[in-house]
Design a protein around this ligand. Structure first.
Ligand code: ZN
Length: 150
């Protein structure tokens, strides 16, 4: 088990567009595994590689229904709207209401390089959108209303 240090808002990498993964190497697998360890250690439901200082389009999510590993994820469908409070491991102690799609369809590569599609609703839909925003350098506070301390 290896836990990375989570970088916090103010670090420039959180504002950069992350780079696509051209090839799934042993280093990418190790990144996925260490990111999952880091997410579980921090009791988060999602983590994007820029949050551990790595500019790669890699995300891990677990909203309680098992670990999802996403490489080069893309949102390919959206439906409905939903507003909920959310937070971010890179912005500790802050929460805010963010309007997001209620349902999203995501296409990504898995660790074997196979293209997979996922459909998420509720918290999972929110996690997909929040983490994929990180790959674009977007933080939830950019979109949030009623920001408050937790
Ligand atoms: Zn976040």
């Amino acid at each position: 088990m290896a836990v990375y240090k989570i970088v916090e808002m103010g670090e420039p990498i959180l504002r950069e567009k992350a780079r696509p993964v051209p090839r799934i190497t042993p280093n990418v697998i190790k990144l996925l595994e260490n990111m999952a360890d880091t997410m579980y250690d921090a009791r988060g439901v999602g983590l994007a590689a820029p949050q551990v200082g790595v500019s790669k389009r890699v995300v891990v999510i677990d909203t309680g229904e098992g670990l999802i590993e996403l490489i080069n994820p893309e949102i390919i469908g959206k439906e409905g709207l939903d507003t909920e409070y959310e937070g971010c491991l890179s912005i500790p102690g802050i929460t805010g209401e963010v309007q997001r799609a209620a349902m999203v369809k995501v296409r990504a590569l898995d660790r074997e390089g196979r293209e997979k599609e996922y459909v998420g609703e509720g918290l999972l839909a929110r996690a997909f959108q929040h983490e994929i925003d990180h790959l674009e350098g977007i933080l939830f506070v950019d979109k949030a209303q009623n920001i408050k301390k937790t």
